[in-house]
Design a protein around this ligand. Structure first.
Ligand SMILES: [Zn+2]
Ligand SMILES: [Zn+2]
Length: 378
């Protein structure tokens, strides 16, 4: 299918050109030749977001998620207009900003949310695809208390919408607004931090955390790649509950990859018991010489993607992990459930940076003491 010219991008007619001084109409219409939106000024970036939302000249973009996390004000001028997109404009946006298009109406106003919810309630869109009505995904991405109330009303009337909400970590209770099962803002877990956070640990003894530290299919003790005090997410009083990201350094089997497909556990007498029955197939090998790298002074910080370059500020190290925010899945999105609701998203560990197999471990916790991890790599 030929890509339509930039001037006729599907979202274009839904997005008015602001009269305000900050707006650069050339950037907002054609991108203005900006090569890297993160090197632009905040006003240029705000203008450029219009170009992305209208359809980005038919080219792939991966900017929306970072903008929501680190510069949400650049989305603000457009959020209400995005809620008015027809299915053609939404489909096009979802192509250029897959899988994060659903964040495009982040913090849209209450009247815009009401109008979008009314359109969803009126009937199905002209075209639906397996992920379901994309307007519902957009509503989930607004992430205001008002949007969560409207989403829950809709989902109680149409149970298939409940699944869309759960896939984005929103629990629809029997009554009342949808409940976030994630914690914002997102924070990066960085090494060599000027203010180390004692609630973050790398490679504590697995026996301190697990009732049986051996792998499910391997005799070699597992490793706690990274663990976090859940008080850092407001999920428990300080020092009472931690979440481990679990890996293995066995050089003889693929325990590490296995740990990461999906593992869940319950808490028994203060230690974690893996749900899977042990089925030992590997004697375990620990003479590979592999060890976890132990980054010093782990602390929490914000992303610097949109901060202007300053030669006096050292380059931000690669994050050891991400605490809170929303999971950035590399493969199929998968949000585990427990106690009839989505589990709370803890964050993700960047296992490759810590010396293990290069994959991301996504951590989830439930109030009942259960936990789970999902691993993905590109
Ligand atoms: Zn093994
Ligand atoms: Zn539970």
């Amino acid at each position: 299918m030929p890509v339509p010219a930039a001037a006729t991008m599907p979202g274009d007619r839904f997005l008015p050109h602001p009269e305000e001084d900050w707006y650069d109409r050339d950037i907002g219409t054609t991108g203005g030749g900006l090569e890297h939106v993160f090197w632009a000024t905040p006003a240029q970036r705000r203008s450029y977001v219009r170009y992305i939302l209208a359809g980005h000249g038919g080219e792939r973009s991966w900017e929306l998620r970072e903008l929501v996390d680190w510069e949400p004000e650049s989305l603000a001028p457009w959020a209400d207009a995005v809620t008015t997109f027809d299915s053609v404009a939404i489909d096009h946006l979802s192509d250029v900003e897959w899988p994060d298009y659903w964040l495009a109406a982040y913090h849209a106003s209450d009247p815009a949310v009401d109008a979008l919810a009314a359109r969803i309630a009126d009937g199905p869109p002209g075209r639906t695809s397996p992920p379901g009505d994309k307007r519902v995904h957009l509503l989930a991405g607004v992430d205001t208390d008002h949007a969560l109330a409207r989403l829950a009303d809709l989902a109680r009337a149409r149970p298939e919408l409940r699944e869309i909400a759960a896939g984005h970590g929103i629990w629809v209770p029997p009554e009342g607004p949808g409940v976030r099962r994630y914690v914002r803002p997102l924070r990066l877990i960085l090494s060599e931090h000027p203010e180390p956070e004692p609630g973050l640990r790398v490679d504590p003894p697995a026996g301190d955390v697990l009732a049986d530290p051996r792998g499910t299919g391997c005799a070699r003790p597992l490793s706690i790649v990274l663990d976090v005090d859940l008080s850092l997410l407001g999920l428990a009083p300080a020092g009472t509950r931690r979440h481990p990201f679990i890996g293995s350094l066995c050089s003889q089997c693929e325990a590490d990859e296995e740990m990461a497909t999906f593992r869940s556990w319950t808490t028994v007498d203060g230690k974690l018991v893996l749900d899977d029955e042990r089925d030992e197939r590997c004697p375990g090998n620990d003479d590979s010489g592999h060890a976890w790298t132990n980054p010093v002074r782990l602390g929490l910080g914000r992303g610097n993607r949109y901060q202007p370059y300053d030669p006096d500020v050292p380059r931000q190290p690669k994050p050891v992990g991400w605490l809170g925010g929303l999971p950035e899945f590399r493969q199929h999105p998968f949000w585990p459930e427990c106690c009839d609701k989505p589990m709370v998203y803890v964050g993700q560990a960047n296992q490759g940076v810590l010396g293990g197999f290069s994959q991301y471990l996504y951590g989830f916790a439930c109030e009942c003491g259960a936990g789970a991890q999902v691993g993905q790599h590109t």
